[in-house]
Design a protein around this ligand. Structure first.
Ligand SMILES: [Mn+2]
Length: 237
């Protein structure tokens, strides 16, 4: 980053008097980088590869993205839902999965949840500067869902949703719960999901994933008033 290199050069070459004058300039440059969405520490990007006898999965995330998503999982409905998380969370996701789909989608959906959770944990790092909590209500026509998250370091899922049918296209709605459990366990977060109303199963699922994206965005965005601060009175999360 040119801004940071020039900060280094200023520090080396200037004496005490100049340093006093230049300190506000340095602070300003730091905040300008921050405003452009560049993290104060490093890029919040992570890649995780997870291979088992049931699935081979790789996930790349960029928490400061634009919602640019690439999927190759063999489970189109899951991809449609993860696209909502990326789009509404402004998180870039690149996910490929080769799972035992000849059995059913179960292992692939659950393991994608686990691996996305691991990648999120890795990208978040020490949690300095994040807002930690996030929530969102999202409607889609007749459906309405609320998602509330806390990057507490302790996995806890509350998932209240009932679907009027067992399958959305060929996708078994039971697997959504498996996805959220795997994701929440490995993202080390409290994840409270409530579908408030809805008649159409596709709408119900979509409102949940859109609200998850929005809530993640709120929780993971860097708070300019919390630069380098871990959002806990304990001093760690
Ligand atoms: Mn849809």
């Amino acid at each position: 980053m040119p801004g940071q290199q020039s900060i280094g050069a200023i520090k080396v070459e200037t004496g005490t008097a100049y340093r006093k004058l230049l300190l506000p300039v340095v602070v300003l440059i730091k905040f300008r980088n921050y405003d452009r969405g560049e993290s104060q520490m490093s890029e919040r990007v992570a890649e995780v590869v997870r291979n088992t006898r049931e699935t081979r999965i790789s996930v790349r995330v960029n928490l400061d993205g634009t919602g640019d998503c690439k999927f190759d999982t063999g489970v189109p409905f899951l991809e449609h839902m993860l696209d909502q998380v990326g789009r509404h969370g402004l998180i870039d996701l690149d996910i490929s999965a080769k799972g035992d789909l000849h059995i059913d989608d179960h292992h692939t959906v659950e393991d994608v949840g686990i691996t996305v959770g691991q990648a999120l944990t890795k990208a978040i790092g020490d949690k300095k500067g994040i807002r930690r909590y996030g929530h969102a209500y999202v409607p889609l026509d007749e459906a309405l869902s609320r998602v509330v998250v806390d990057f507490s370091g302790r996995p806890m899922l509350t998932y209240n949703a009932e679907y009027p049918r067992a399958r959305i296209g060929g996708f078994d709605v039971d697997l959504l719960g498996e996805f959220f459990q795997g994701f929440c366990n490995h993202a080390l977060m409290t994840l409270q999901i409530d579908n408030i109303r809805g008649r159409n199963a596709h709408h119900i699922a979509e409102t949940i994933f859109k609200a998850l994206g929005r809530a993640l965005r709120m929780a993971l965005e860097l708070d300019p008033r919390m630069v380098d601060v871990i959002p806990s009175t304990k001093g760690s999360l």
